[in-house]
Design a binder for this molecule. Structure first.
Ligand code: FES
Ligand code: FES
Length: 159
C-alpha cells in the first residue's frame, strides 16, 4: 500500500506492507533510529512517538494507520539547532543512564508540558507510567521534566 506520513514536518511517501508496524517504518524505512523497539508485548514504551501531538506506542500501530498523520520522533524535538527544554533538562539533571527509554520519555514529557506547563511530581509520574526505565529509578527523569517546566520561555503576549 502507498502511504504518506509527515514525520518531523517532512512528508514521506512509501510503499509498505499492510502489516508493517509504525516503529519499523520509522526505523527501517526512514532511518529514524531514535525511536527504540524494546519488547514484543507493548509494555516498555521505548517506542513512544507523538501522533498528531499525542504520545503513542509506535509498536501498537500499523504504518498504514499513520497515513495522512503527523508523527514527531525524538529527532524532531530539536528546532533550528536548539535543543528542546526537555532535552536540556535530561542533560542537566542526569535523566538517563543507558538512554534506551529516553526518546520515548522525552516525547511524553513534551506532550505533558504542552498540555500542563507546570506539572507536579505525581502528574509527571502518571504521564510516564506506561514507560519503563531499568536504570534511573525515575527520580532523575522527574527532575528533568521539572527542570524543563522551569526553563521553558513562554512567548511574550503582544499588546
Ligand atoms: S517496543 Fe515496547 S512498548 Fe513498544
Ligand atoms: S536510562 Fe536505561 S532504561 Fe532508562
Amino acid at each position: 500500500m502507498q502511504i504518506t506520513v509527515t514525520v518531523n514536518d517532512q512528508p514521506y511517501t512509501r510503499e509498505v506492507e499492510p502489516r508493517l508496524l509504525l516503529v519499523h517504518f520509522l526505523r527501517d524505512e526512514l532511518g529514524l533510529t531514535g525511536t527504540h523497539w524494546g519488547c514484543d508485548t507493548s509494555n516498555c514504551g521505548a517506542c513512544v512517538v507523538q501522533i498528531d501531538a499525542v504520545p503513542v506506542k509506535s509498536c501498537t500501530m500499523l504504518a498504514v494507520m499513520a497515513d495522512g498523520h503527523h508523527v514527531t520522533t525524538v529527532e524532531g524535538l530539536e528546532k533550528n539547532g536548539e535543543l528542546d527544554p526537555v532535552q536540556k533538562g535530561f542533560t542537566e539533571c542526569h535523566g538517563l543512564q543507558c538512554g534506551f527509554c529516553t526518546p520515548g520519555m522525552m516525547l511524553t514529557a513534551r506532550w505533558l508540558l504542552d498540555n500542563n506547563p507546570d506539572p507536579d511530581e505525581s502528574e509527571i509520574r502518571e504521564a510516564i507510567s506506561g514507560q519503563l526505565c531499568r536504570c534511573t529509578g525515575y527520580e532523575n527523569i522527574v527532575r528533568s521534566v521539572r527542570w524543563a517546566a522551569e526553563h521553558t520561555c513562554t512567548p511574550e503576549v503582544s499588546a
